[in-house]
Design a protein around this ligand. Sequence first.
Ligand SMILES: [Zn+2]
Length: 205
Amino acid sequence: MLTVGADGEDVERRLAGGGLACPPCGGVLARWGRARERLVRGRDGGVSRLRPRRARCRGCGRTHVLLPVTCLARRADETGVIGTALEAKAAGAGTGRSRRRWAGLTRRCGAGCRAFAARAEQVRSAFTALAAGLVADPPLPAPAGSALGDAVAAVAAAAAVVCGLPGVGSVARWHLAAAVTSGMLLAPSWPGTSANASWPWAGGV
Ligand SMILES: [Zn+2]
């Protein structure tokens, strides 16, 4: 699997122009049909249908599903919805109506939130290293008071660094998290050997 930007037309253009590389071998990816349809649940609970593009490497022949950064592997909720739930959980989530709203969201994303919390220190460490690899002296977030809070803050800090790179502009922090983890942000296998060096905003493109 390979993570791509949320703009489907841009992905098609890049594929047509040979602008997407195979992660294992660096070969040029070409269109290869579409993957199985999946349902994606938005912030308001509404469900949309998505059939991710599939691509095949002209070098090694492997096929890859091109998953937009708006989705995470094996999760029905949009990346941004899961990110908001994680932030609410980390913040201990408000009072009154907002508390009930956040409680509903964190319940909905329960398994994802638990998976993230279980590896919070590894996530913090990986995103801190990402920021340090991009600029000489990245700003360090203040301690949040919990491992989950520190991990959420490290994702935000890395996204702030990426947004400041030449030519990048604005990148949603959880979309960045989806991109650098190849959609595996909540999977037990990440961080591991699957670092995605070709995420959409790498190198300021
Ligand atoms: Zn290849």
